[in-house]
Design a protein around this ligand. Sequence first.
Ligand code: LLP
Length: 431
Amino acid sequence: MLHKNLAISDDNHLTIAGFDTVELAKKYGTPLYVLDTDTVYENCVMYKTLIEKYFGEGSMPLIASKALSCKEIYRIAAKAGIGTDMVSGGEIYTAFSAGFPMERAYFHGNNKTDKDIAFALDCGVGCFVLDNNEEVEALEAEAAKRNVKVRVMLRVSPGIDPHTFKAVVTGSVDSKFGVAIETGQALETSKKILGCKHLVFEGFHCHIGSQIFDYEPFATAAETMLAFIAEVKKETGYTVSTLNLGGGFGVRYVESDPVFDYEKALSDIADAMDKCYAKYGLTKLKILFEPGRSMVAAAGLTLYTVGSFKTITGYKSYVSVDGGMPDNPRYALYQSKYTCLVANKAGDEKTETVTVAGRCCESGDLIQEEAPLQPCERGDTLAVLVTGAYNYSMASNYNRLPRPAMVGVGKDGDRIIIKRESYEDLVRNDI
Ligand code: LLP
């Protein structure tokens, strides 16, 4: 199977972490997100162990909230002893209300409002990753008002092409994120931070993109960042203590995707950095990473019930399911590839080629086109694999469809971790 937590039972049913997905669909209804929480925990520990091994004590992964934010995720991250990256008041509130140790929370975003800044300080967020001059000024003003010192990092764009799809490239010079090294603006903003009495300048951050399978752009970004840190030292006399290299490691969605070796990626980066430390006469920094997709994607899958069929002679065959772009907008947005299978016929050969459609009034509401699938009929359970990242977190209520429930499976058994929305929930804020 695509990932080691997936298997086929003696009944020919798809299982995740040993749980029968057909039974889960029956018990909890569909559409249903399933999250293998033990795999999420193992991934947190795997990253923590490897990052400490290659970058030394104090170096740490921060799980990227945007991939999947819910209380259970923060409880898992807290238990694993890792940090988190968050980009909104909503993510901060979710972590805070789950009891996450907020000193390990890093607040990102390219447009933090005054309200966000005040809220983050109220919640005890440990470090602000500042994006631009306006944020530097706004945070300094709020910190001065409160008479507190705040740890900060500066997001810079290193100008790296990560070879992935355009929508998720973030580290190029022409980007809405961060300040560019190339134009001299990153140095200027660094000086500005150093001039702020209430900001403790910890270091720099970069994130080059997402779903990257090449190893070399990560090492190149790290080298570029160290060269820049050396330049800042030369220009200002100040050496930062921390470098945050963001997220972006690739995940296998379909058999034809490569297997990404996380240890190789990290050790390649460490090797490249060791050479730079010597070259620039820098002492080793504390290194942070922000894996999102590779923490949670393969831990999740979505279950639907098959409804209607349409074979348009000379064109396509459609299989419609009881969810769609509101619970998984990634095909509509990016034509993302997914593996689909009929969960109650999981071991059967995929002899059909179908388009899996959702039930929204929108022709682009597709989960996958030209997908190989087992022959199926109304009432079958259709599984879409590797949906743990950027599915629930990007879900909407389009067509007033309630968001599905999420069930956690693992050593703690199967239990609801996010309740299914009700029609009442949908009108809760309507006046
Ligand atoms: N750190 C920062 C600052 C980021 O912007 C991101 C992702 C991450 C970490 C986590 O990256 P990951 O390890 O998940 O690749 N909605 C898109 C993905 C957008 C990613 C945005 N930033 C998708 O569904 O593919």
